[in-house]
Design a protein around this ligand. Structure first.
Ligand code: SF4
Length: 370
């Protein structure tokens, strides 16, 4: 288990200490911080709005705070945000941003526009965010897994990816983003507290104000955390990266499956608990690897997994990562796989990868410089 990142309550004293990084604080933490400065708690709520509803990047802009307080904040706190260093746009208009964190490490986020085939109108604008620098899970087909784990992101750093990609969406498409998926670098449930806090920043009416149903958290299947999420964030969607429907196959490509605490038996129990508690189904993400997990028998085993609890399958056409030895399933194999699933009564969708020409597709996010 990775250490969860820092504080969410304000330090007792702010005098003569390093400036407080306001974006590491949650709402209660901002109120406590203001109280520590001798201010009423509601000033903390004002700060929250400035940070997460208005995206303020300096204290001078915070016009409803007294001037003396703004000057005090300059001395005692920072508003450090992630910095967009490079933006690449693919031929399908998917855009990948490379961001530098205050620590100097780098992460990537992706803006994925979805166009209506008939009208060409933008139907959806999804931001895919990273929750960690690198990842400890070591899935053998994934570029991020190759990096190993480097750092958890704070809630503010996760939020900033959405904020900055939303600005891009408004510039390019004249629309606000519609969806957020936690499917970038990292395993969100290993950075649990910060991910929960970032969900609050994104969904709170005084924050970004996105409906929870527009947000999907994706996990490799950490059973204990899935159960906890059923209580802590029951209204966001849950996606589980399955990628293989039996223990031997899954353990071969996903080391997380080798533990009894997170194998398919544990996952089944957690998924049943989650769906019964939240009253909503889950989506299984299933990357199609040629000759690895795409046989007829795999399709039938996958249908059995789907019968555990209300759920559906999202098949993903894999984007090969150099040196990892996986290739994508052939089109005729994909079609046969889908046919079997449909015959078995499974609801199935296919995700054609986006942004392949800029390595922005699933499993391709990795920052070599970090
Ligand atoms: S697929 Fe997800 S969980 Fe697995 S190594 Fe890559 S980022 Fe980590």
């Amino acid at each position: 288990m990775m250490p969860d990142a820092p504080l969410h309550t304000a330090p007792a004293s702010t005098a003569a200490t390093a400036p407080v990084r306001l974006k590491t604080l949650d709402r209660a933490g901002l109120e406590a911080f203001m109280e520590a400065l001798g201010q009423p708690a509601y000033r903390g709520r004002q700060l929250f709005k400035w940070l997460y509803q208005k995206g303020a990047t300096d204290f001078a802009a915070m016009s409803d705070l007294p001037k003396a307080l703004r000057a005090r904040l300059e001395q005692t706190a920072t508003l450090d945000a992630i910095r967009l260093d490079r933006l690449q746009t693919a031929s399908d208009q998917t855009a990948k941003g490379l961001f530098t964190l205050p620590s100097g490490r780098q992460i990537e986020a992706v803006l994925i526009p979805d166009f209506d085939d008939a009208t060409g109108e933008v139907r959806r604008l999804t931001v895919c965010v990273s929750s960690q620098v690198g990842c400890a899970m070591g899935c053998t087909f994934c570029a991020t897994g190759l990096m190993g784990f480097r750092q958890n992101l704070t809630a503010g750093e996760i939020f900033d990816q959405v904020w900055q990609m939303n600005r891009l969406a408004e510039e390019r498409f004249g629309k606000r983003i519609t969806n957020v998926v936690y499917m970038g670098m990292g395993e969100p449930l290993l950075n649990y507290e910060n991910v929960l806090r970032s969900l609050d920043l994104l969904t709170h009416p005084d924050g970004f104000g996105l409906a929870p149903r527009r947000i999907t958290v994706s996990t490799v299947g950490l059973a204990r955390r899935i159960k906890q999420l059923a209580h802590d964030a029951p209204r966001v969607n849950l996606a589980v990266s399955l990628h293989a429907p039996t223990d031997p196959k899954r353990s071969r490509i996903m080391p997380v499956n080798r533990s009894e605490a997170t194998d398919l038996t544990a996952l089944r129990e957690a998924i049943r608990y989650y769906t019964a508690t939240t009253g909503t189904g889950v989506t299984y993400e299933y990357c199609m690897f040629h000759g690895v997990n795409d046989t007829d028998a795999d399709a039938r085993h996958l249908a059995e997994v789907v019968r555990w609890a209300p759920s559906k399958v999202n098949l993903i056409m894999y984007n090969p990562v150099e040196g990892l030895g996986f290739t994508r399933s052939h089109e005729d194999r994909l079609n046969r796989f889908i046919r079997i699933l449909v015959e078995e009564g499974v609801t199935v969708t296919v995700r054609r990868s986006r942004g392949q020409d800029i390595d922005a597709a699933c499993g391709q996010l990795a920052v070599k410089a970090s």
